[in-house]
Design a protein around this ligand. Structure first.
Ligand code: F6P
Length: 369
């Protein structure tokens, strides 16, 4: 094994560059490997002009890279194995492109979709090892994914800041965080910031119960601090929602807005915080919308410089991915389980990992539904 490609697909996050730096350093020093990065992941790898997407990865080139935010290899959500792309022969073109460059294996960081793409490439006989990254922290077989700890640390700081301001101005504050289907970010950011209420996709929300809690807490402390995951959806027959729809054209418009989907068919999310903001104003009969403020942390959780835990996790994943590749493994994801880095068959990793704490513990830390 000599020439290895590295790709970084899906949503960016902290720790990916630490993975790249460690894999390159370990591979060159221990195995005499050569590394080439392919920009924009599988979009670059299937391009007619793949040479335009290449970035040689050398010992000098990765010096100090481990603490840099996001990824130097850019990213895409391109999916060469979709039905449409398969019909166009993109899987065969992908392998032909890689082979034409003398590439013998691929190391890839990714969330569930990019990891699935790596598995499909591996099943076609091309060696692939994946490392889990996503602020959503939503794949199985690993306690943590790259980027999650950094996003929680920053998100908690940001929510604590909004709480300080809500106290001063005696306001109700709604903070929306990412997390497409899993509520880990909302749960751990809300908990770390001591938010009063946390709403997650794993627990279907009763808006009547939420608004009653907001009213009660406001009467007690003259401010309320709510963290909501972007993936929370309100039941179409929720009477409080329907009252808000009847009274607010903005609520209707936000609920009806189609934000589109990505290459893997995932719905684009965002805006649930603004919907909840208006629901609270209407349900509590507040005179002005400004009494309820909404902050969407959105992409601020993605482009952060990594905290030490994500640098170290990326480093361990990079070293392990190279060692397992040279041990002849393929079609696996490296994961962290307790103190150990392990190899996880990708089929197992792709099992969605939603918030699985018990109801009592969730209620105890402020989750409401
Ligand atoms: O996959 C992680 C994630 O940040 C999700 O939390 C979010 O819904 C999605 O990516 C946003 O995708 P994009 O960056 O393509 O808009």
């Amino acid at each position: 094994m000599k020439r290895i490609a590295i790709m970084t697909g899906g949503g960016d996050c902290a720790g990916i560059n630490a993975f790249i730096a460690a894999a390159v350093r370990h591979g060159i020093l221990k195995y005499g490997a050569e590394f080439v990065g392919i920009r924009k992941a599988y979009e670059g790898a299937v391009s007619d002009r793949i040479a335009d997407y290449l970035l040689p990865l050398t010992l000098d080139g990765v010096k100090g890279l481990e603490c840099c935010p996001s990824t130097i290899l850019e990213s895409s959500r391109s999916f060469p194995f979709s039905r449409e792309n398969t019909a166009k022969g993109l899987p065969e073109k992908l392998i032909a492109n890689l082979r034409s460059l003398g590439i013998e294996a691929v190391l890839s960081t990714g969330g569930n979709d990019t990891i699935k793409t790596g598995m499909l490439l591996s099943t076609r006989g091309f060696p692939v090892i994946c490392a889990p990254k996503s602020i959503d922290n939503d794949v199985s077989g690993t306690d943590t994914m790259l980027g999650f700890k950094t996003a929680v640390a920053f998100g908690a700081e940001a929510v604590r800041s909004t709480i300080n301001s809500a106290r001063t101005h005696r306001r109700i504050s709604v903070v929306e965080v990412m997390g497409r289907e899993a509520g880990w970010l909302a749960l751990e950011i809300g908990m770390a910031a001591s938010a009063d209420l946390i709403l997650i996709p794993e627990r279907p929300v009763s808006l009547e119960r939420v608004c009653a809690a907001v009213q009660r807490i406001y009467e007690q402390q003259n401010n309320v601090n709510i963290v909501i995951a972007e993936g929370v959806r309100f039941a179409a027959d929720d009477p409080v929602l329907n009252k808000a729809k009847a009274e607010s054209q903005v609520v209707r418009a936000l609920l009806e807005e189609n934000l589109g989907t990505d290459c893997h068919g995932n719905c684009k999310l965002g805006g649930v915080g603004q919907i909840l903001r208006r629901i609270i104003k209407i349900q509590l009969g507040l005179a002005k919308l400004e009494e309820v403020r909404c902050t969407d942390l959105g992409f601020s959780l993605r482009g952060l410089p990594p905290v030490a835990e994500d640098i170290n996790l990326g480093t361990r994943f990079g070293i392990a991915a190279v060692d397992r590749l040279y041990a002849g493994e393929s079609g696996i994801m490296v994961g962290i389980q307790g103190p150990r880095v392990v190899s996880v068959p990708i089929e197992q990793a792709l099992v969605h990992k939603g918030v699985d704490w018990d109801d009592d513990e969730l209620r105890s830390v402020g989750v409401i539904w």
